[in-house]
Design a protein around this ligand. Structure first.
Ligand code: ARG
Ligand code: ASP
Length: 714
């Protein structure tokens, strides 16, 4: 009976939750569109991506730093005919910070431009539109043969890529970029238009946009109003142009309609944007290394640092202000990797990978050609991976110890600049700019406390060969010894440091490098490069094995649809709004409401404070047309869409392509989705677009922005 119930439950789950693994390429959706329609989509593949007609992709944007124009740190979407763009609050936070001061603290109080002329320029931030994407594998692999060396192969590929990018960029005036897919087996070109004049339009206060803070980060149920508004400006011909007062709001080829109707469990959800990195096709031994070696290093070493920083933040208000965002970024990966590790273990991913490898072994064994091509692949890969793993572990330990010590990290960067070939003037300017940034949010005591602890851990974990000789001689006193170096360094005294670098010439370099901390950092940098050089050599080999292992998987499981790993290119993913079952006896429903904000709200706990005005609106209640039929105000929801870092700000669409939410996070239990997606526990977290509308309209009173949008209500 028990077995029957279990298998019935299995069928039920299979029928209701579709395995929505995959981040698909927009121009190759033909193989997905049937399944998408079965799941509820009402659109055609051409409605999503087309080069002949306006389509959804024309309203989806990537956010970039202008100096790294192809690395999309977040995603967003255009929601008006006047270039209004919505993304996450945590994506726009740096811009808000650029414009904040003690007098105008937009981080704490929020910012709303009540007219267009109040919109604030976002320095160094660009917004890009994908104009088209195409398979250029043939062109890039021209001249490449199976018999050539890996070195020659890579040289040829890189040269083919540069030529093609240049030719297309020159002939179109757009920005062409070729990326490798399927572990370097295929190459696709993305052609972008990048807009440089982007302005901040509105951001809620931190207590809404980051409500729950680090405590709730990666956690469901979530009550964060994680959105911010920007506007794209163009020249008078509607083309991308550098910032100018004469620029006008950009009219994009498409903008999204907003669906402000109530959502329901099981509703279809479509999501687009720029996911950063995933590793879905690794062999079992690489997953084992992630689970048992790499993730624990970050989790263990950062855990203690975060504890120390938080202790100092509690004791000192000044430290609290300086370290809030540093602690947040340390904690973001720390928390995510714990979830990843637990998920990999609980879902027995290593065993599942091993089972697949056995199937591949059987497939190879029955055919001589397969044996010749793949017979020894996995064994050789495993051997090389063991070499790589050793170096990667050693490198991570140095990174997490010494380069997570703020002053040593700065010192190492300065050393690299001073050794470089730029002029004294350039060196001076660069270092002085770093010093200004560094001291703005630095606390020597906290750095020393953190460093002492990290060095202690390093001693326990690192191979003796990677312990710098000066530390070997002081042995158990090493932590205090390094902390003392920090305190004695000229960098410990900002006035001394500024003087030294203001007067920097090649002649004073020796004097600076004789500073005890600079000497010690030189030792660390040497240890690091002794690890990094052979690691990179080994990485080239493991990359080549992974390329062939990917080929093997695609040949062996020829009926399976493979999606390429995320690589910061445009992707489409789809799923449903779904509650889930994170652990025994626990069920999480798919929606949160404003009531939950006030269940959590505690004005004595920084992460859980909420503005009075929000409380008044809640208590009135005054939700305008944005609430559910039962009078509750929606805040967040979860779906089964497959997402990763970079997908923050991605639009979530309904079955008709209207905007229903913004992606901003994943549930902790499912962060293993970067290695293996599991529909049981992997959920992305979205902000209900109605909560954003309510905040813009009722909380901020920015009616002019609501008037720009096309909102579909009940
Ligand atoms: N975990 C989310 C994403 O990677 C949001 C991070 C921002 N929020 C925070 N409280 N730190 O990266
Ligand atoms: N929060 C992530 C981002 O900033 C999204 C994720 O990792 O799920 O892109």
């Amino acid at each position: 009976m028990k077995r029957l119930i279990v298998s019935l439950l299995g069928i039920f789950v299979a029928l209701t939750i579709r395995a929505n693994e995959g981040m698909w390429l927009p121009f190759l959706l033909e193989s997905n569109i049937g399944e998408m329609s079965e799941m509820g989509l009402h659109l055609t593949a051409e409605d999503i991506y087309s080069i002949n007609q306006s389509c959804l992709k024309d309203a989806v944007v990537g956010f970039v730093d202008l100096d790294k124009p192809f690395l999309h740190f977040c995603s967003g979407s255009v929601i008006s005919a006047q270039g209004l763009v919505i993304t996450n609050h945590h994506c726009g936070l740096d811009v808000v910070r650029q414009h904040s001061s003690l007098q105008n603290d937009y981080i704490a109080d929020g910012f709303w431009a009540m007219q267009m002329s109040d919109e604030l320029s976002a320095n160094n931030v660009g917004v890009c539109f994908l104009r088209w994407m195409e398979d250029v594998t043939g062109k890039i692999l021209q001249g490449v043969s199976d018999t050539m060396s890996v070195k020659r192969r890579n040289e040829l590929i890189n040269s083919n890529i540069s030529q093609l990018e240049k030719a297309v960029s020159d002939s179109t005036g757009l920005k062409a970029h070729v990326d490798a897919f399927y572990c370097d087996n295929e190459y696709y070109m993305s052609v972008y238009e990048i807009f440089e004049d982007v302005r901040l339009v509105g951001a809620p206060p931190m207590s809404i946009g980051n409500f729950g803070g680090d405590t709730d980060n990666w956690v469901w149920p979530r009550h964060t109003g994680d959105f911010t508004l920007f506007r794209i400006y163009a020249d008078s011909a509607n083309h991308a142009a550098p910032y100018s007062e004469n620029n006008v709001p950009y009219k994009a080829d498409n903008h999204l309609k907003i669906n402000a109707k109530e959502k329901h469990e099981g509703d279809f959800a479509l999501l687009m944007g720029y996911p950063g990195t995933t590793n879905e096709y690794l062999p079992s031994f690489a997953v084992e290394a992630i689970q048992d070696v790499y993730d624990p290093i970050v989790v263990d070493m950062r855990g203690k640092s975060i504890e120390i920083i938080r202790k100092n933040m509690r004791a000192n208000q000044q430290v609290k202000i300086k370290y809030t965002s540093k602690a947040a970024s340390l904690a973001n990966a720390w928390k995510k990797l714990q979830g990843e590790r637990n998920g990999l273990k609980n879902k027995h991913v290593i065993d599942k990978k091993r089972a697949l490898e056995r199937q591949m072994g059987d497939w190879i064994a029955v055919d001589t050609l397969r044996k010749a091509k793949y017979g020894s692949l996995l064994d050789n890969y495993a051997k090389e991976y063991a070499v790589y793993k050793k170096y990667r572990r050693a490198k991570m330990l140095v990174d997490e110890t010494f380069y997570n010590s703020e002053m040593i990290d700065l010192c190492s960067d300065i050393r690299a600049v001073l050794k470089g070939s730029s002029s004294d003037e350039e060196k001076r300017a660069k270092v002085l700019a770093w010093l200004r940034d560094f001291y703005a949010d630095y606390d020597l005591t906290t750095d020393c406390d953190v460093t002492e602890n990290l060095v202690d851990e390093y001693f326990v974990n690192a191979d003796k060969a990677h312990v710098p000789s000066s530390l070997q001689s002081v042995k158990e006193n090493a932590p205090e010894y390094v902390a003392a170096l920090l305190k004695k360094s000229l960098l410990a005294d900002s006035a001394k440091a500024f003087t030294a670098f203001r007067n920097y010439t090649e002649k004073t370099r020796k004097k600076i490098e004789n500073d005890p901390l600079f000497k010690f950092t030189a030792e660390i940098d040497a240890v690091y490069s002794n690890i990094k050089t052979p690691m990179q050599k080994s990485l080239k080999k493991t990359d080549e094995f992974q390329r062939r292992f990917m080929q093997l998987q695609r040949e062996c499981f020829a009926d399976k649809r493979f999606f390429p790993d995320a690589n910061s290119t445009f992707r489409v993913t789809y799923g449903q709004i779904r509650s889930f079952h994170p652990s025994d006896a626990v069920v999480y429903s798919a929606f949160t409401t404003l009531g939950g904000v006030f269940e959590k709200c505690d004005m004595d706990v920084y992460d859980y404070t909420a503005p009075d005005r929000l409380k008044q609106l809640f208590e009135a209640p005054d939700f305008g047309p944005y609430c559910n039929a039962d009078g509750t105000m929606p805040v967040g929801f979860i779906t089964t869409c497959h997402t990763t870092g970079g997908n923050s700000g991605s639009p979530i669409f309904d079955a008709d392509g209207n905007l229903i939410g913004l992606n901003f996070d994943r549930v902790w239990e499912g962060t293993m989705s970067d290695i293996q997606f599991d529909a049981d526990i992997c959920r992305n977290i979205g902000l209900d677009i109605r909560y954003a509308l309510f905040i813009i309209d009722k909380f901020a009173g920015a009616q002019r922005l609501i008037d720009e949008m096309e909102i579909i209500g009940d």
